[in-house]
Write a protein that binds this ligand. Structure first.
Ligand code: SAM
Length: 221
């Protein structure tokens, strides 16, 4: 099945609210658990790109009381939801939400020990933009930890995933989820993107719908 693009930025307010209300706790927690298991001792100053409503970075901040996190999203609606979630969690001292878009994130020139991202890659028309941004942001031995959906072989298979993962979610959320599966890359495509970018990360399927690319980026600049 060929890739079908979906809108890049989730800037419609009702769409953002539907996403924030949906229960992605199991994949979000699996992402955070895996990150800590693989690289926990390196995580001091972390950047999350395409943070959405910030469920992932909040879980990370709760799990590691010393970690500081900058979380960026290009959507005003998402950034507002993320700020509210951070305030509600009482994590304002250690978490900063910025409304910012890649390419060209203009953040203070901080050193990030880790650049993480979950379920953003498939939104981008040109995935090379994402991997180049990672190379720009990473310094010596930066942890890169990126999870994204992979594209199922058929529309029927995509429908099946939506119905098994999100059977009780709103029609809007189900539509967006289905469109995301059609917009996602295959594992082979992601490996090719990494090769093209010269990034030596491993990439593998870690569930019925997710691929994980991870590793340490050395001397990226
Ligand atoms: C499917 S959501 C994932 C949110 C969150 N990472 C999670 O796993 O729950 C993808 C997010 O990426 C954001 N996004 C899309 N393109 C972006 C870009 N070029 N720069 C920054 N954020 C972007 C969207 O606005 C959306 O909030």
């Amino acid at each position: 099945m060929r890739r079908v693009l979906e809108p890049e930025i989730m800037d419609d307010e009702s769409q953002a609210v539907a996403y924030a209300r949906a229960d992605f706790s199991s994949s979000n927690q699996a992402f955070v658990d895996g990150l800590i298991e693989d690289y926990g001792s390196r995580l001091r100053n972390v950047l999350d790109i395409g943070c959405g409503p910030a469920d992932v970075p909040i879980r990370l901040a709760r799990a590691i009381p010393s970690v500081r996190i900058t979380a960026a999203d290009a959507s005003d609606a998402m950034a507002q939801l993320a700020r509210k979630a951070v305030d509600d969690a009482g994590l304002q001292q250690r978490m900063r939400i910025v409304k910012a878009r890649i390419p060209g994130l203009r953040l203070e020139d901080e050193r990030y020990d880790a650049v993480i991202s979950k379920d953003l890659l498939h939104h981008l028309p040109d995935p090379a933009v994402f991997w180049q941004e990672i190379k720009t942001l990473a310094k010596d031995e930066t942890v890169v930890y990126v999870m994204d959906l992979f594209r199922p072989p058929t529309k029927e298979a995509a429908n099946k995933i939506v119905e098994s993962v999100a059977p009780d979610e709103s029609p809007m959320l189900k539509r967006d989820f289905y469109n995301s599966l059609l917009a996602a890359f295959t594992l082979d495509e992601i490996r090719e993107q990494l090769d093209d970018a010269g990034l030596r990360l491993t990439a593998a399927k870690v569930s019925e719908r997710h691929v994980l690319a991870k590793g340490l980026v050395k001397n990226a600049r």
